[in-house]
Design a protein around this ligand. Structure first.
Ligand SMILES: *Cc1c(COP(=O)(O)O)cnc(C)c1O
Length: 394
């Protein structure tokens, strides 16, 4: 959202909400009708704008929301969202009053942390909604259930009693139990299937002990796309809602995704220069022949990473133009000598399509040795988001 003072932003991200809606309907299309759909809108919906993405997802089949941090959940509640919201990341148990005030469900993954939440909730005379997270091989948050090696046990035996102890703590209500895949986006699903087996074995044995969860869940976008057996009671897709595939190895035919974000700017200045003209800090680029250099108001403080210096391309008049010299904090230069008639004010596409050309997030990610997730999530707050397909109610 551009501020009223910035009616003519120099750089802006166009977010196509119809694309997000379409992607959500694709999720619905491939999951069983009785499987719940939690739209993961963490990190400002990977840079797309959490409120708009959440609203669009809920209008297109999502049942509830997932966030990484409590503050993200509070922001959604303050904007009026009333669906269940799960905090996927850690929260300090001392913040239990806020979790309760805003009716947020908290991920619990450790006996000590669980006791902290239990004490806090009891002191307030309330019950905290929670989901128990099991580490089946991601090695991140979660009660460790993954066997250390190729051990013959399906899960670490102590995980069973730890889970039972946590779930029986007073002041906590565990609606769900979940795990998270490390490699569901690889062509080789052995590890992901191993994680799922570990998780399901634990769930089964907990049930035998009288502990049953309403919702068992595991699938991220890669699970939604490539592992139907992981859909269970609920799925938790994030990146695919924004039209990006979690990797090049997942089945691109299984769902048709439309990228929702484009990043655009305008030429600030155009210079006709002669051979030897040097550009930007360090003078790392010198023109070999007469050419035209366009200066653009985009830099690493917008999330256009400095590692793209003299490597990336942008689209001008539907033609690819190379970034020359170093990307600065707020400005970047292009060589547009091969594109006739470029003038100040002309639109430049940094990410997205222009004419027949396109610059996908994956192309920038490849140059950075990174992934599409980081390209979109790395777009800074100062870049206004412009919603191109606004809802009737605004
Ligand atoms: C980020 C995250 C997701 C969504 O993952 P995508 O790869 O973006 O679909 C789901 N679950 C958890 C626990 C997460 O942290």
């Amino acid at each position: 959202m551009s501020s009223p003072l910035e009616q003519n932003p120099l750089i802006w991200a166009e977010i196509d909400l119809q694309a997000i809606g379409h992607n959500c309907r694709e999720v619905k299309r491939v999951i069983p009708s009785n499987t719940l759909f939690m739209a993961v809108v963490k990190a400002n919906a990977c840079g797309h704008g959490a409120l708009e993405a959440a609203r669009t997802a809920l209008e297109n089949g999502a049942d509830r929301l997932g966030v990484a941090r409590m503050a993200e959940g509070i922001a959604l509640r303050q904007s009026g969202f009333q669906v269940p919201i799960l905090v996927l990341g850690p929260t300090d148990p001392a913040d239990t009053p806020s979790l309760l005030d805003y009716d947020l469900s908290q991920t619990i993954f450790d006996p000590e942390q669980a006791r902290g939440f239990s004490r806090q909730a009891l002191a307030l005379g309330k019950t905290l909604q929670a989901h128990l997270k099991i580490d089946t091989g991601m090695g991140r948050l979660g009660l460790v259930a993954a066997p250390d090696s190729e051990a013959p046990v399906p899960f670490k035996p102590e995980a069973l009693n730890q889970a039972l102890d946590i779930a029986r703590l007073p002041g906590l209500d565990f609606e769900g139990c979940y795990t998270h895949f490390a490699r569901a986006d690889s062509a080789d699903k052995t590890h992901a299937r191993g994680q799922l087996d570990c998780f399901l074995a634990l769930i089964r044995d907990l049930k035998k002990q009288g502990l049953e969860f309403k919702l068992s869940h595991a699938a991220n976008s890669a699970g939604v796309i490539d592992l139907p057996e992981s859909h269970l009671d609920m799925v938790r897709p994030g990146i695919m809602l924004y039209g990006l595939y979690p990797s090049k190895e997942v089945d691109q035919q299984a769902v048709s995704l439309k990228p929702a974000m484009s990043l655009k700017t305008r030429v600030a200045q155009i210079k006709k220069v002669g051979p030897g003209f040097v550009v930007s800090y360090g003078s790392t680029f010198a023109a070999r022949q007469a050419t035209s250099i366009a200066t653009l108001p985009v830099g690493y403080a917008d999330g256009y990473r400095r590692n793209l210096s003299s490597r990336a391309e942008m689209l001008v008049h539907g033609v690819r133009a190379p970034v020359v010299g170093r990307v600065c904090m707020d400005q970047t230069m292009l060589d547009v000598g091969h594109i006739p008639g470029v003038k100040a004010g002309d639109e430049v596409v940094i990410l997205g399509k222009q004419g027949e050309e396109s610059m996908p997030a994956e192309a920038l990610a490849d140059l950075l040795g990174s992934i599409n997730y980081e390209v979109v999530a790395g777009l800074m707050k100062r870049v206004p988001r412009v919603y191109t397909q606004l809802h009737p109610e605004g």
